[in-house]
Design a protein around this ligand. Structure first.
Ligand code: FO1
Length: 323
């Protein structure tokens, strides 16, 4: 594994949950920490048991601190579940499972929010405590909440759609409640302005990246930057999560091409997996942007750095800052 930083240049990653976290982990192996800023979706955040839970911020932090559960895609490794077992015994809600260690994160975050600290300041302090030298920023400190418009149940808060109903309801659309009134968190716009490249991680375009882009000022800041996205859809399927199902239910054939079209106004380059090599020329012609065909499969863990390196080098070639 390449643990020696060899690449340089301010890099911003737009990230959702597990896919973005793994991609960011790969970049963190290659870049000096001061060169990497990860801007994270907060649309999945919600209150549960009175606690403020930030699933995407937490999985990005846990992953960069090498504390994440190895397969689950959320939560901590070596977690214990005593608190949940007690909730269950008391007939409380157990559809959203909070491990004991993870609960500590939510307790302390909620305590600090109630004292008036901002989410970005709290995240910065947590990162320092967890030994994460990269900058991890919530896209905004204001409440932006993803609402999934479903055929069966009408509008559902994201975690109810995702966890309680296990992504089964048919999706009709999305709403990012509060986005119009939100401001980018301190540091977000300067990080984008200073970046040589902005990489959109292989996260769900509908519910991980769109809520970031819905915050006023983000799209404007991205205009004119070298923005490169990595397709989270490989061979018509998602590695994890419901993105392919969402595309189908929105009447769009799920493919890397559909993802490229999703981001069409933003992109200077696009990355598809080897299995989608045949789509590269279609994307290239239709969007008029270069397409990198590479292995984007991020398992086992060390392969994340390989994927990150290919994408980073491609983006910097486009930005004419590499080699
Ligand atoms: N996802 C689940 O499918 N089931 C859970 O019980 C669950 C608990 C959970 C607790 C804390 C946390 O930060 C995330 C958790 N997630 C759980 C994951 C989360 O709901 C989604 O993966 C993300 O919001 C999508 O990015």
């Amino acid at each position: 594994m390449d643990t020696v930083p060899r690449l340089r240049g301010k890099t911003v990653v737009l990230s959702g949950g597990v896919g973005g976290a793994r991609f960011a982990w790969g970049l963190a192996r290659l870049l000096p920490p001061e060169d990497l800023t990860i801007i994270v979706n907060v649309g999945d955040d919600f209150r549960h048991f009175g606690l403020y839970i930030c699933p995407d911020l937490d999985i990005v932090c846990y992953t960069l601190a090498d504390m994440e559960h190895p397969e689950q895609g959320w939560g901590l490794a070596d977690e214990t579940w005593h608190a949940m077992a007690m909730v269950e015994r008391l007939h409380g809600p157990t559809w959203f499972r909070l491990g004991d260690g993870d609960l500590g994160t939510h307790l302390e975050r909620t305590r600090r929010l109630e004292q008036g600290h901002s989410l970005s300041a709290i995240t910065e302090d947590f990162c320092r405590a967890w030994g994460i030298p990269q900058r991890i920023l919530p896209v905004t400190n204001d409440p932006v909440r993803t609402v999934v418009l479903t055929r069966e149940y009408g509008p559902l808060p994201f975690q109810e759609y995702f966890v309680k109903y296990r992504t089964q309801p048919t999706v009709r659309g999305f709403h990012f409640r509060g986005a119009e009134q939100a401001y980018p968190a301190p540091g977000v716009i300067p990080a984008i302005n200073e970046a040589l490249v902005v990489l959109i991680a292989p996260s769900n375009p509908w519910v991980s990246i769109d809520p970031i882009l819905a915050v006023p000022g983000i799209r404007e800041a991205l205009a004119g930057k070298t923005v490169v996205a990595v397709s989270p859809i490989i061979g018509g399927q998602t590695v994890k999560g419901p993105a392919a199902k969402m595309y189908r239910e929105m009447g769009i054939e799920p493919s890397a091409l559909a993802v490229a079209r999703h981001y069409r106004d933003l992109l200077q380059g696009f990355v598809v997996d080897l299995r989608d090599a045949a789509l590269a020329s279609v994307i290239q012609q239709e969007l008029g942007i270069p397409v990198l065909i590479t292995d984007t499969w991020m398992q086992p863990k060390p392969k994340r750095a390989q994927v990150a390196r290919s994408v980073w080098e491609f983006a910097h070639t486009l930005a004419r800052t590499y080699p």
